[in-house]
Design a protein around this ligand. Structure first.
Ligand code: G1P
Length: 292
């Protein structure tokens, strides 16, 4: 079955970016001149998926406004002869259909996905977590869709992480069935390094079956007292099978300040106009050593 819809949870409070997230959703923080969430939405669209469900929360309406048309701004840009900018602004809403639903209580990622149940219906769907930015030739979601088309089962994105970091992720136990592809037998959310079954971490891209909703609905709170998607995947792995793909691409975790800055520098260095100038600025500063 074709993947037509994707869920992007954006309800998190963004406490790691306070105080700016007091009034700006963390998804709207800039990646150069665009909000981080635009990169995620573009990955979705480039993967052939146009219907996006945002699971939002209090104070997140600027995300919905961003992907809506903006007649006032568009007529201003048209009137002032700035056609290039006008096209850029129009393109933001042109290629995507956004629907949204509110997560009324912060009960965890699994619960956020469950909130999208009525908008997804009875078909498999993608999930993209906004903190994981993945730069790759073939979009990461598209890589998972290819595997899904082959195996017809749940597929999740995997990446090896340093042993000391396993406690930040969902970690899998599994066996490799072909290079880069694992059959997952068990998942543990944020294990201590001693309990972790491997150092293969779940990264925020998933292709899920509609049956996941019933499983999430039956879950008790897990790690951190939250309803965990990883716990639902663990049940799914035992019942019908889950596959994990070590994707090709460079990932930045924009959920923390260093990752967010690294992502900005990465994309700026790749930019044909900004890149060379930023490179000389950095070289110059490094030459000056530690002096501010
Ligand atoms: C979530 C998931 C976790 C996954 C991670 C990837 O955790 O619960 O299993 O490994 O995303 O970024 P969070 O980072 O929201 O705490």
């Amino acid at each position: 079955m074709r993947i037509r819809k994707a869920v992007i949870p954006v309800a998190g409070m963004g406490t790691r970016f306070l105080p700016i997230t007091k009034s700006v959703p963390k998804e709207m923080l800039p990646l150069l001149d665009r909000p981080v969430i635009q990169e995620i939405v573009e990955e979705t669209v480039r993967s052939g998926v146009r219907n996006i469900v945002l699971v939002t929360g209090m104070g997140k309406s600027s995300i919905e406004d961003y992907f809506d048309i903006s007649p006032h701004l568009e007529s201003f840009l048209a009137g002032s002869g700035r056609g290039g900018l006008l096209e850029r602004v129009r393109d933001i809403s042109r290629f995507v259909e956004i629907a949204s639903v509110r997560q009324k209580e912060p009960k965890g990622l699994g619960h956020a996905i469950l909130c999208a149940r009525n908008l997804i219906g009875n078909e498999p769907f993608g999930v993209l977590l906004g903190d994981d930015l993945i730069d790759s030739d073939v979009p990461c979601l598209s890589q998972l869709i290819h595997v899904f088309e082959k195996v017809g089962r749940t597929v999740i994105a995997l990446q090896r992480v340093p042993q000391e970091d396993v406690g930040h992720y969902g970690i899998i136990e599994g066996e490799m069935v072909e290079p880069g592809l694992y059959r997952v037998s068990r998942l543990v959310e944020k294990p201590s390094p001693g309990e972790a079954p491997s150092n293969l971490a779940v990264i925020g891209r998933y292709i899920l079956p509609p049956g996941i909703f019933g499983i999430i609905d039956s879950l008790e709170p897990g790690a951190g007292g939250e309803i965990q998607l990883t716990d639902a995947l663990d049940k799914l792995a035992a019942d019908e099978g889950v596959f994990g793909l070590v994707f090709d691409g460079l990932r930045h975790d924009t959920g923390n300040l260093l990752g967010f800055l690294s992502a900005n520098i990465h994309y700026a260095l790749k930019d044909p106009d900004l890149g060379p100038r930023l490179r000389s600025f950095i070289m110059e500063r490094l030459k000056q050593g530690d002096d501010p």
